[in-house]
Structure formats: structure tokens, C-alpha cells
Design a protein around this ligand. Structure first.
Ligand SMILES: [Zn+2]
Ligand SMILES: [Zn+2]
Length: 744
């Protein structure tokens, strides 16, 4: 690895920080140095990539380093220092230096085009090899045990390289130079089944568990009604939609009508699941009652081999597009399965065939899910392909472990000016998920090599994340749920100064212990105030109100003085009894939650509305809307309170058909919220406006509300780097806790 330089001249030391390891940065620096006839070296160090260059073109090198960096590299800073020339005429690639760990692991990346060429090129030694990868693609975080990111620290350490792989790995001119997971049919992991057997099983309508990057998928032919129904029954997956996988961007059209932005999001290096308008030509059981479908493109070589072979096996037509259901293999609400023995044990009753390989998954990661909102992608779930990319907090501070919420839990660990948000963990009330949660904290702490100075958690005393935080014995900062939602947006957008945040959410424990969820908050660093809230509805039956929308429909009748009409929305004995109790004056604690207001509308408009999972009824309501419409006078502004009683009264009195009602409900809620936010903004001029909370998963609401605020000359910030729902709580907690610790 030596290149001759022609000139002495200037010597520069450059320390490059950012996502620069495991992304082909050293061969890039080597190639550039050679092109510019420079001497010196490049090596990975504990703080980033360290480069020394010497020669007449040293300055040009420093300039081109940013401009020509490899596709997956993200340079954050380059620290430079002038040195006296040593007469170095050769450029070398040095070994990794050891020392305290301060570098990064890249996120997992979908198979690149060049590796796809290798995969289907009969003359390539990687021809049809289901685990081909290179410096620009393949698994990273999912197989790394420790830093620095080197093969010895990954689950590929178990596979000694063959001579040819070793030569590619050591050749700076090769695309696989220091591709840590490099492997080939001679030396790498092997697949448990022949591709033709996998495809035959899929064609016969079987359910196949397939090992992927961050865990197993359950896959089956998405066009086969009987098979999809069987998968739903075996997985006991209530009404939650299944995602589907197609071969490539061109195949998306077979099942959806994507926008350009959605297609681009699906093709990004992470290859997330992207919600797109469904053509509704798949069995209803794939995504029951929903107008949009989650689609991802094949992202591992194994996926590509399956689609390629299916083209011939499934159809006599070359135009046939295989569509596969591809849902995480996790029975019930448990975390996804990454371990082979566990897969055999727990998927035996679900999958007819379990396809594995012997590359171990070290860290489990679900597929990430995004939708486009207001002109850009926004996360619904952030995991594979994005974790562990950090979020820049803009300033140094103490190490904070933020423990997140209860549902859709994530944790965040800060180090220096960066916040590392964990992958989506899930609902902590499941025991296995809670174990995964603790594992995730341990792994992240080990990888970042830090010890927390403080922990942050929610104010809800019963969240298992709160209990976890309390048990650490570290200084504890309790951050109000909706303040965390708003702080999360402030953190990712680097907002300094006041922020007027609308936290539009399902449920969060208020500072007064009440159920909040439709809040207007002014947040400024560590200080915040509640400036307004939605007019309260009774939470009839407590937690059960969130699962049975008819209860919130009764609450709407009570709030609008229409109990005489409650029988319409009652029926079964339990409801009639409750209605009688309310008429007699029985009361329940109030909630200001917008999520529960949506449930009330669902209860009024969809008589059969069930709530099999969080936000289910609201999603069905959203799916009915083609164009949000406005009910004039549908709300009242009284001080800081926003009261939608007129809208609810209209829905109760007029009982519009479901679509009309859903359109009026969405449009009127958006318009009322816009008025409310704009009126208060006049009192806090200069504040940026943020829209957060789980209700911002509702695209129709989020876009209509943003548009109405823009019409009033107000610009809004959305959650882009983490989800607006509880998946983003931990980031907000971390930022809020740091602000508080900084003020003493
Ligand atoms: Zn590649
Ligand atoms: Zn090999």
C-alpha cells in the first residue's frame, strides 16, 4: 500500500470527524493522495480519521476531502494543523490506533447497485452469493459488538477471510477495501436453503421466515388471500397492517400510486418502509380498512435472489411482479426475533419454512417506517438504516441517559454534542420487550463508552422506563411528556430561544397528574409554561376509554349536553348502563387529549369502531378522508382553551355518513388548531412554532394544519429526525434534562 510522491513541500495534519469509518473513507483518502502525488498516511483513530499529507498539492487535498467524500460518509468537522515537512514521499494506509473509543458505527445500508451487478454476473466470484456486500453497502450496526468498527469486533469475526477476500480487503483500489463484513461463497456464511426451494414454498402459499439484517421477516405471497389470512391468524396480529416488499422502484406501481418524494424515500440507502396510496388490489387482510400501504424495496442480496427467481417460477409472464408480505417475525407484541435458535423455537408454529444463514445478528432492528408530510419524509418508526446516526445537539454537555416512554419506547444517550437515539424498542409492558429495552441501554452505553451523569424520564409513575430510571440511583430529571415532544423538535432543529409547541397526542401524564394530550406549550430551554389546552372530555372508564371509542362518544354527548341522544351511540347493555350513570351525574377524570377527541369522533361515526392498537380508530377515520372540509363555527376559543363542542354537537345531531363526518372532523380540527396557535403566537412574537405528538402521524391533519398556519404567515417545524410520536420522547427528555442541568 505505498504510492510514490514527487514533491516535498507542505505537510498538513487533518483530523476528520463525523460518519467517516466503515464507509470507504481511507481508500478514498488514499486514492486522492495518490492522484495529487502526496506523501503521508491515513488511519482510523479513536476520534475519527487522522490524515497527514505532504507535498505541493496538500492544500488541494484538504479542499477536495469534503467535495469528493464517498456516498455514505458524513464529515462534520476537519481540524487542521500545519506541520514541518518530513520529506515523506509515499502515502500509506495505517492500522487502526487503539485508545478511548470516540468513533461511530455506520447504520445498515441496502445492497448497492454495484453489488447487485456482482450478484447476477456469472463471471463474478460473488455470483448468486446471498450475503455479498462492499464498503458502500451491507450490514453494519446490526452486527457490531464494540468499537472501533473493525471486522474483529463484528459477528463476521467468526469467518476467516479466504485469500481472495483478504486480497480485496487489503487493496486500496478495491471497492471492498476494509469492507468489514466482506464474504464470498468460499469463506463466508451460508444460506440454509436453496433459493429455488424458498421460492417454491412461497408459490405454494407457504409462510416463510427469512433472516434479514436486523431480524427475521415472515414472508408470504401478498396476492394469496388464503395465505395472508393464515398469516394473520397465526401471528395473532389483530388489525395492524402488514408491510409488503417489492423487487424495485419500478414494481411499486403494481400495488401503489407513489409520489416522486415517496419513491425517493423508498430508494434511499436505508430502504425504509414508506406509506403510499394503495391501489387496493391486494387482499383486504394485508392492511384492513386503510387507504395507504407500507412498501419497502428488496434490500438484501437474499431478497433480490428471491425476487429474481420468482420472476420465472411464479408466472409465464415476464411482467409478473411478485409482491411479498414482509412483516417482522414477532409473535404478539414481543420484540422481533434475531437469534436462530429462538427463531426455530418460537416461529415453528407460524412459519412453514425457516430460512437462515450463519451470520449472527448482534443487535436487533425493526424496519424503519416513514411517510411524507408537508413536503419531506417523517418517521413513524426509526430503526434499521438510521440507528445509530446521532443528532447534533449543537453544544457539549453532561452525559444523559433518557429513558423514553412506555409505548414505542426508545432511549437516548448523549455524548459530547451528540445524541444517540436507540432503535425502536416497543411496548415495555411486554416482558420480553422490556428485556430488549435493558439490553439496548447496555449495548448503547458500551458502544459509546460513557457513564451517564444523570438520567431523564417521563413524569408517569407507572411507565417501566420511569421505574428503570429511578432504579439507576443517578440524579433524576422528570420531563413532562408533552414538553419532551416539543423539546425533541427544538433539539433536532437546533432552535435556540422560545418555541411555541402544539403537542397533539394520545395520552401523557400532565404536570398536575391529569391526562394531557392537546397542549399549547411555550418551551424555552429549561423553562416552559402551559399556555392552553383542549377543552376536557371525561375519560369514561379510564384506560379503557382509549381502547373502546364508544366510551369517548358518550363523553362527547355528556360534554355537549346531549345525553338524550346518547342511546344512538350506545347499544349493548354495558353502554346503556353507563349512559344512565352519566345522566345521573357520575363523573370521570378529564382529559385534554386530541387523540381521545379523535376516538370520540370514531365512536360517533363508525359504530363498529374497535381499537386493536394505539391510534387504530383514528387511522380508519383518516383513511376515509379525501379532502378535509370545514364546519364554520365548529370551535370556540376561550382564553387559552380550544373547545370543539360545536363540532361534536353537529356530529351527534346530524349523524353525517362516515366519510362526510370524517372530512368535516379533520378540516375543522385543523382550522380550529390553526386559529388557536396563531392567536397565542401573537402573544409570544418571535417564537418558532412546532407541531409534535402522536396525532402528527395523521398526515391529513398535519398537512392541513401546516397549510392553514402558513396561510396566516406562520412557519412550522415538524419532527424529521425522530418520530413525532413517543418514539421521539427520549430525545426530547435528553435535551430538556441537559438544559436543566446547564442552569444548575
Ligand atoms: Zn455494495
Ligand atoms: Zn472469501
Amino acid at each position: 500500500m505505498k504510492a510514490q510522491a514527487t514533491d516535498g513541500g507542505k505537510r498538513l495534519r487533518l483530523l476528520v470527524r463525523g460518519a467517516v469509518q466503515g464507509v470507504g473513507f481511507r481508500p478514498f483518502a488514499y486514492g486522492l493522495a495518490r492522484r495529487l502525488a502526496l506523501g503521508g498516511f491515513v488511519r482510523n483513530g479513536p476520534e475519527g480519521v487522522l490524515i497527514e499529507v505532504e507535498g505541493a498539492q496538500a492544500e488541494a487535498f484538504a479542499g477536495l476531502l469534503r467535495a469528493e467524500a464517498p456516498p455514505l460518509a458524513r464529515i462534520e468537522t476537519i481540524e487542521r494543523q500545519d506541520l514541518s515537512p518530513k520529506g515523506d514521499r509515499v502515502f500509506t494506509i495505517g492500522a487502526t490506533t487503539s485508545g478511548p473509543v470516540r468513533t461511530r458505527i455506520p447504520a445498515d445500508t441496502a445492497t448497492c447497485d454495484e453489488c447487485l451487478d456482482d450478484l447476477f454476473d456469472p463471471s463474478s466470484r460473488f455470483h448468486l452469493y446471498p450475503l455479498v456486500n462492499c464498503t458502500h453497502c451491507g450490514p453494519r450496526f446490526s452486527l457490531t459488538r464494540a468499537l472501533p468498527y473493525d471486522r474483529a469486533q463484528t459477528s463476521m469475526a467468526a469467518f476467516p477471510m479466504c485469500a481472495r477476500c483478504a486480497a480485496d480487503y487489503a487493496d486500496p483500489a478495491n471497492r471492498r477495501f476494509h469492507a468489514e463484513p466482506i464474504a464470498c461463497p468460499d469463506c463466508g456464511p451460508q444460506l440454509s436453503h436453496a433459493i429455488d426451494d424458498i421460492v417454491a414454498a412461497l408459490r405454494e402459499g407457504k409462510i416463510v421466515a427469512v433472516k434479514g439484517i436486523g431480524g427475521y421477516h415472515l414472508m408470504c405471497d401478498a396476492r394469496n388471500d388464503e395465505t395472508v389470512a393464515r398469516l394473520r391468524a397465526r401471528k395473532q396480529r389483530d388489525g395492524k397492517p402488514f408491510a409488503v416488499m417489492v423487487a424495485n422502484a419500478a414494481s411499486v406501481e403494481a400495488v401503489a400510486r407513489p409520489t416522486d418524494l415517496e419513491l425517493r424515500a423508498a430508494q434511499s440507502p436505508a430502504h425504509p418502509i414508506v406509506l403510499m396510496q394503495s391501489r387496493r388490489n391486494l387482499p383486504e387482510a394485508v392492511a384492513p380498512g386503510l387507504a395507504r400501504i407500507g412498501i419497502m424495496l428488496a434490500y438484501t442480496p437474499l431478497h433480490h435472489l428471491i425476487f429474481h427467481a420468482a420472476q420465472r417460477a411464479f408466472s409465464r409472464s415476464a411482467l409478473y411482479d411478485l409482491v411479498l408480505v414482509a412483516t417482522s417475525a414477532n409473535p404478539g407484541g414481543e420484540p422481533l426475533i434475531g437469534d436462530d435458535a429462538e427463531a426455530r423455537e418460537r416461529l415453528g408454529g407460524i412459519a412453514d419454512l425457516i430460512v437462515s444463514h450463519d451470520r449472527e445478528i448482534v443487535t436487533r432492528l425493526d424496519d424503519s417506517v416513514v411517510q411524507t408530510i408537508d413536503g419531506a419524509p417523517a418517521f413513524i418508526r426509526r430503526a434499521r438504516g438510521y440507528t445509530p446516526d446521532p443528532i447534533d445537539l449543537g453544544a457539549d454537555g453532561p452525559v444523559v441517559l433518557a429513558c423514553g416512554g412506555q409505548l414505542k419506547a426508545t432511549v437516548t444517550l448523549t455524548r459530547g454534542r451528540e445524541a444517540f437515539v436507540s432503535q425502536h424498542v416497543g411496548d415495555l409492558s411486554d416482558m420480553e420487550t422490556f428485556r430488549f429495552y435493558r439490553e439496548t441501554i447496555d449495548h448503547l452505553t458500551r458502544l459509546l463508552d460513557v457513564a451517564p451523569d444523570a438520567v431523564a424520564c417521563d413524569m408517569h409513575p407507572d411507565y417501566l422506563s420511569t421505574r428503570y430510571a429511578e432504579e439507576t440511583g443517578l440524579p433524576l430529571v422528570r420531563v413532562q411528556h408533552h414538553v419532551a415532544h416539543v423539546s425533541s423538535i427544538a433539539a433536532e432543529h437546533g432552535v435556540k430561544g422560545p418555541l411555541l409547541g402544539a403537542a397533539l397526542d394520545g395520552h401523557g401524564c400532565g404536570a398536575d397528574g391529569a391526562a394531557w394530550g392537546g397542549e399549547l406549550l411555550r418551551v424555552d430551554g429549561a423553562s416552559w409554561e402551559r399556555r392552553g389546552a383542549l377543552a376536557p372530555l371525561m375519560l369514561i372508564g379510564g384506560d379503557r376509554a382509549a381502547r373502546e371509542p364508544w366510551r369517548m362518544a358518550l363523553a362527547a354527548c355528556a360534554a355537549t349536553g346531549r345525553m338524550s341522544r346518547a342511546e344512538r351511540f350506545a347499544g349493548p347493555a354495558e353502554r346503556t348502563t353507563l349512559a344512565r350513570m352519566i345522566k345521573a351525574g357520575k363523573e370521570w377524570p378529564p382529559t385534554s387529549s386530541l387523540g381521545r377527541l379523535f376516538d370520540a369522533a370514531a365512536g360517533l361515526l363508525l359504530p363498529d369502531a374497535r381499537q386493536d392498537h394505539e391510534g387504530h380508530a383514528a387511522m380508519r377515520l383518516e383513511a376515509l378522508v379525501e379532502r378535509p372540509r370545514l364546519l364554520q363555527g365548529g370551535w370556540r376559543l376561550e382564553g387559552g382553551a380550544l373547545d370543539f363542542s360545536p363540532l361534536l354537537g353537529f356530529l351527534i345531531d346530524e349523524t353525517p355518513e362516515a366519510r362526510t363526518g370524517a372530512e368535516l372532523f379533520h378540516g375543522t380540527i385543523a382550522a380550529g388548531l390553526a386559529d388557536w396557535i396563531a392567536a397565542d403566537h401573537a402573544a409570544v412574537p418571535g417564537a418558532r412554532i412546532a407541531l409534535g405528538g402522536g396525532c402528527m402521524m395523521n398526515r391529513i391533519l398535519a398537512e392541513d394544519l401546516s397549510a392553514r398556519l402558513r396561510e396566516k404567515g406562520l412557519d412550522v417545524l415538524h419532527a424529521r429526525a425522530v418520530p413525532a410520536n413517543d418514539g421521539g420522547l427520549s430525545l426530547g427528555q435528553a435535551a430538556a434534562a441537559r438544559a436543566l442541568l446547564a442552569t444548575g
